[in-house]
Every structure is written in C-alpha cells, then in structure tokens.
Design a protein around this ligand. Structure first.
Ligand code: GLN
Length: 485
C-alpha cells in the first residue's frame, strides 16, 4: 500500500516503531498532491516547506519518545481556521491576503501533538454552499468522478482525504459541511455536539450552528482526532466544560443493547431511490450486528428545518460578516470617494454572489416589521425541532438516515438554482439546528458514486455514534475503496 493511503492509526504504528519517518511520510503525501492536485484541486494554499519543517520537528519528538497518535501525520485544514503566519482566506476575495496573527484553538491543540500541515483546503466562500462551487478561487472535483461536485462546503478537506492528499483533515459544519462532502467522497465526517470543540479562531458563519470536526478515512481515525480537538476553551464561551473521554474506548464491533431509530420523514419524497436502497441495506446490517430497530420514529417538524435554517443562518451570517468593512482587515477598495463609498465597494468587490444573497436574506429576516414573522418564528421552530429529537432519543440511542438525498451531482447543475442547492442539506441541517452530533460513514455506492449514512445522537453522545459507525464500518468494506484518480 502506498504511504499516502495509510490511515492515522496505521501511520502511527509505523512511525512509533521507527519503520517510517514523518519526513518520509510527508514527502509521500506531497508527491501524491503533485500527482492529483491538477485534477482534484483540493488546496487553496499548499504549505510544503512548513510541512517538511514540521515533519522534521515531529521526527525529533518521536526520537525523543513522544509519539502520540497524531504526531507527524500530514493533514489539511479547511481554510476558515486561523493559522498564524499562513493565510486564511475562507475562499473569499475578501480574505485572499489575510494572514492571521494567531492560531485557532484546534490548531494550537494539533500543534501541541506535533502537527504536520500540508495546506489549507478549498471551500465554498465563507462556508456557504454545498458543492465548493462558491469558492472565489477555483472548483474542486470529486475524485470519484471529476465531472461531479465533491459536496461542500468542506470540499477541499473531503477530496484531499479521499484522494490521498492528506491523511486526515479538519472541516467545519454549519448545516452539513463536514458530513455531506464526506458522504460524497466515501470518507468519514463528524459534526460534534455544539460546544464540544472550541470555535476560537474559526471564522464565524452562523455562530449558533458552527462546529469544527474531523474528516478521516475511517472511524478509528475520527475518534483519534476528536480526542485531541474536543474540550473546553475559556476563549469560546459556547464551548462546554465537560470531561473528554477517550473516544477510542467506544470502538466496539457489536451493537448489542442499542436501539436504532429510523425517522420516517427522512425516507420520504426527494430521496433518490438508489440512495434509499443503500441506506436501507446498511440499516439491515446494523440489525445483523445486534441492534434493535425502531421503524416507528417520527420527527414531524423536519419539513420546516430547511426554512428554519435559511432564516437563522443568514441572520447570524449577516451580523458576523458586518466586520468586513475594508478597515479592520482583509480586502479594501481603493477607488472610493468617501468612507461609505469605500465600505460599499469593499463589500461589492470582496464578496461573491452567494455571500451577498445570505447577507440580504439575513438583513430582511431581521429588519423591523419582519423580525417577528421570520426570525422569531424560526427560533420557535428551532425549539420544536430540538424537542422532537429529545423525544426520539428518549426511546432510541441513535437515529439513522441518509447523509444526503442524492449522490454527488454534476458540476454546474445547481449553481443557478439556489433552492436546489439548499436542498442538498435537508438531511444534515436538523442536526445543527438541534445542536446534536452527527456522523457520516461510507455506506455503499450507486453507479460508482459514494453514498453516506448519517448517524445522529443526543448531545454529547459521540461515543455511541462512534460505536455504531465503527461496528458498521468493520462489518463492511466500503472504506477500503479508493477512487482511481
Ligand atoms: N450548505 C449549507 C449552507 O450553505 C451548510 C454549509 C455549512 O455547513 N457550512 O449554509
């Protein structure tokens, strides 16, 4: 097996025994990037020199006997997490040349483990989108079919992990941006419980939904990364002070005593029949593994989730994006006659069309006279959705659904139809609305295109999610399939 194909745990075993060095592994991954990047285009910034330098440092640590699971393992960061000294663009013209003066908490935590960062991953601008087509810089292609989208907004991270351009990656998920691209690329993606991972240094999109999480080749790797990035951070007041268990302890290959619910609203209209078949088969597998199935679960407000999300997320985004005024940081228009003109032009040139659409939606939803009809109503729906999940989790340990209603769609197919694009996240957004955790695991293929299964649980039940995902993964061979790029 090529070194770039290794998982974290496989690489760790070899690094620890001294059978490979981090420098060697990093070179193998960088060579792989050279080989596939022209086709897949996962990166906004490639940090070769930094990676090789970090790899040398990691090798020193390893020689000194300090080899933890992530030490010296090359990875990719989505380009909305601040990296001191390396530009952080959010795939936006607005931040094209923005070099943060500090590291995000997750980056500090990874650094403390001997991180090797090969680069920053492409994404939809400010994480708004489901196909990575909203990047201001370039498209990213699905390695399973280069004519198709990789999903989004974490398209760079998911494709890099799938194609061998990074052993693992971090993404962010506001409405599905980790899970949906993971599903589209046949890798594992976890959106942790809101508050489980610090958002400090994550460029804000919709602050009450945003969470950082792992994108990995398998569930063991997912647990290893979560072990490091989870935990309380005094710099993020929404992070929760709660002990971090060793998530690898929950990797048990059976599902005895677990009750798995299948919410009927997720197997209704709009789900492609091929996707539905794959996920139903996967559910059958869970039963074989010892789970008790409950087909009688209903989340009746699911139909309102998309509308709820597209009121609240743009409202928060509109407020968060007010900071890009051309004064504090980022792009600044120079051809202006007055301060207001400069601000207007900075935003006119600096933001792409989808970001502007969100700002307008949010401004409308929060404006006097509409605030109650839209924003307040959406908050009430949010409470209903959260309660319905709580009721479902009173009788089930986890709920299982497709990650996406469709297989990866063709590049260009939905760019002119925002509603179609928004529908790509129907299955994932409710999880962010309720603040609960959700994971996508490879569940099979339809005509050579990957399908993900989503497993959701109550707040802070990541251990159960990982257990179900692991048992399923071990009983199937989907994760071993690699795209031929
Ligand atoms: N596709 C959704 C949106 O455009 C979710 C994106 C995300 O999770 N960052 O808002």
């Amino acid at each position: 097996m090529a070194q770039y194909d290794l998982t974290i745990h496989e690489a760790h075993r070899l690094l620890k025994k001294g059978e490979i060095s981090s420098a060697e592994l990093t070179k193998a991954v960088l060579e792989r990037v050279d080989e596939v990047e022209g086709k897949v285009c996962s990166f906004v910034t490639l940090t070769k020199d930094l990676a090789l330098d970090q790899a040398r440092q990691a090798d020193e640590r390893i020689r000194a006997g300090a080899c933890s699971p992530l030490t010296g393992v090359p990875m990719l960061l989505k380009d909305n997490m601040c990296t001191k000294g390396t530009r952080t663009t959010c795939s936006s013209k607005m931040l094209e040349n923005f070099v943060p003066p500090y590291d995000a908490t997750v980056v500090e935590k990874l650094n403390a483990q001997g991180m090797v960062m090969v680069g920053k991953g492409n994404m939809d601008e400010f994480a708004m989108g489901s196909s990575t087509e909203n990047s201001a810089f370039h498209l990213t292609h699905n390695p399973w079919d280069l004519e198709r989208v990789p999903g989004g907004s974490s398209g760079g991270p998911a494709t890099a992990v799938a194609a061998g351009g990074a052993i693992y990656a971090l993404g962010s998920d506001t409405g599905g941006s980790i899970r949906q691209p993971a599903g589209f690329c046949n890798v594992v993606g976890l959106k942790p419980t809101y508050g489980r991972v610090s958002r400090y240094g994550l460029v804000a999109f919709a602050s009450s939904f945003d969470q950082i999480g792992p994108v990995t080749k398998d569930v063991t790797d997912c647990a290893l990364v979560l072990n490091v990035i989870a935990g309380h951070d005094p710099r993020d007041s929404t992070s929760v002070d709660r002990p971090v268990p060793d998530y690898t302890k929950s990797l048990i290959p059976d599902l005895k005593d677990l009750r798995v619910g299948i919410p009927k609203e997720y197997f209704a209209e709009g789900i492609e029949s091929g996707v539905e078949q794959v996920v139903r088969q996967a559910i059958g597998k869970l039963e074989e593994l010892g789970a008790e199935l409950d087909w009688d679960v209903s989340l009746p407000s699911t139909h309102a989730a998309l509308a709820c999300y597209y009121i609240i997320a743009p409202s928060e985004a509109m407020a968060n994006l007010a900071r890009y005024d051309g004064v504090k940081y980022g792009f600044s228009a120079r051809d202006a006659e007055s301060m207001w003109d400069a601000m207007g032009k900075t935003r006119q040139y600096g933001f792409g069309p989808e970001v502007k659409r969100r700002i307008m939606l949010g401004t409308y939803a929060l404006s006097a006279g509409y605030h109650e009809a839209y924003y307040l109503k959406a908050q009430k729906v949010r409470t209903l959705i959260t309660r319905e999940f709580a009721d479902a989790f009173a009788k089930c340990d986890v709920l299982v659904t497709p990650t996406s209603p469709t297989v990866p769609f063709r590049i260009g197919e939905r760019v002119d139809d925002p509603l179609q694009m928004y529908l790509a996240d129907v299955c994932t957004q409710p999880v962010n609305i309720a603040g609960i955790p959700g994971i996508s695991v490879p569940a099979g293929f339809v005509d050579g295109l990957p399908v993900g299964m989503q497993i959701m649980g109550k707040p802070f039940s990541e251990e159960i999610l990982l257990r179900v995902a692991f048992a399923y993964e071990q009983a199937t061979e989907w994760r071993q399939r690699r795209p031929a790029v």
